[in-house]
Unconditional design. Sequence first.
Length: 157
Amino acid sequence: MDRFVRAAIALTERLAEIKARGEKATKHIKAGNVPEFEEFVKALKAVAPSEMISRKKTTKSHSSGRSASRKSSRKSENKKTAVEARELLGMLKGLRYAAYSEEAVKGALGELEAKVKGLLSNPGENLEILGLYLTLERFLKDGDFERAEKFLEALAR
């Protein structure tokens, strides 16, 4: 599980870097250009049953050659991730107002862990959100609040 968490954090940080460069950088990422994704998939396969990570095939759109349902799903997933990031930024700002007290951070970690457990019931559909929560959880455990804030701000756009 530790390998999965490390891989999720690495992938999420890499995707946040790509997204921070602008929308064009996120539209066409060629296979093999993000080795963190390959490592994440390997780690996921090691911890999740195969039926949880298998996907249904979709029909291709004639105009773009891409899966029509996948394309619209991707847009809604990006919006969902941005909304979650904004909510987590609010939680992080609350921690700042609490002077990052041990008790406040512990409470936030408990909330994040509960959310991760719920998302693990269907990891194939929740990969981005899982990465978001796991990365923030790691930053909070490490006491790296500034990095956590920069990470969430990049995704909340």
